[in-house]
Design a protein. Structure first.
Length: 191
């Protein structure tokens, strides 16, 4: 088993940082839970290949659970993931004071509100690492996105899984040693 001092970026970081915090079982019927669980683990493994990944962490007593937290070369990414089945995704009122996220015919702005609270909490935890950018993204596998534009609400990007992985692969100002330090700091501070 590797440690945080190990120079590799792969699965060993996932094992070290989240071995005792496996994703909780989903509350769906068994046949759906098995299929959704395999997708969630595959997604978590893809994130771990791109940086230091923390999964299913509690940022505070009244905050939702952080699905995925990735420290990569492009910074710290808070990733919310919601499985969507062939529903069209749109942002209404992009220039209004309070834009809304629509998935299919439903208003799912609450997903972005949870992500905003998580982003604020993680920025508070990284008070001594101000040199590392912190951003949030909502990943919607299986959704139908517009072809020619990227969706965003405020500072939060709404992305396909491939778009998110491309964002994580981008080079940034965070070097590998600094990313390892920040990941260890977050691991120690998150419950």
């Amino acid at each position: 088993m590797a440690t945080l001092a190990d120079p590799t970026w792969g699965f060993s970081d996932l094992d070290v940082l989240s071995a005792d915090r496996a994703p909780a079982p989903l509350s769906r019927p068994r046949r759906h839970r098995e299929r959704a669980g395999s997708g969630e683990h595959r997604f978590a493994n893809e994130l771990a290949l791109r940086g230091f990944a923390l999964h299913r962490r509690l940022a505070g007593p009244d905050l939702p659970v952080l699905d995925h937290l990735v420290v990569a070369g492009s910074g710290v990414w808070i990733v919310g993931r919601e499985q969507v089945h062939c529903a069209k995704v749109s942002v209404r009122g992009r220039f209004a004071a309070k834009p809304s996220l629509r998935i299919g015919d439903r208003d799912r702005t609450a997903l972005v509100d949870d992500l905003d609270r998580q982003l604020t909490a993680v920025r508070g935890l990284l008070f001594d690492a101000l040199d590392v950018p912190v951003q949030a993204a909502l990943c919607l596998p299986g959704a139908e996105f517009p072809l020619l534009r990227t969706l965003a609400i405020g500072d939060h990007q709404i992305l396909r899984p491939a778009q998110l992985l491309d964002q994580l692969d981008r080079r940034g100002a965070v070097k590998r040693t600094r990313a390892r330090e920040v990941a260890g700091l977050l691991d120690a501070r998150l419950g």
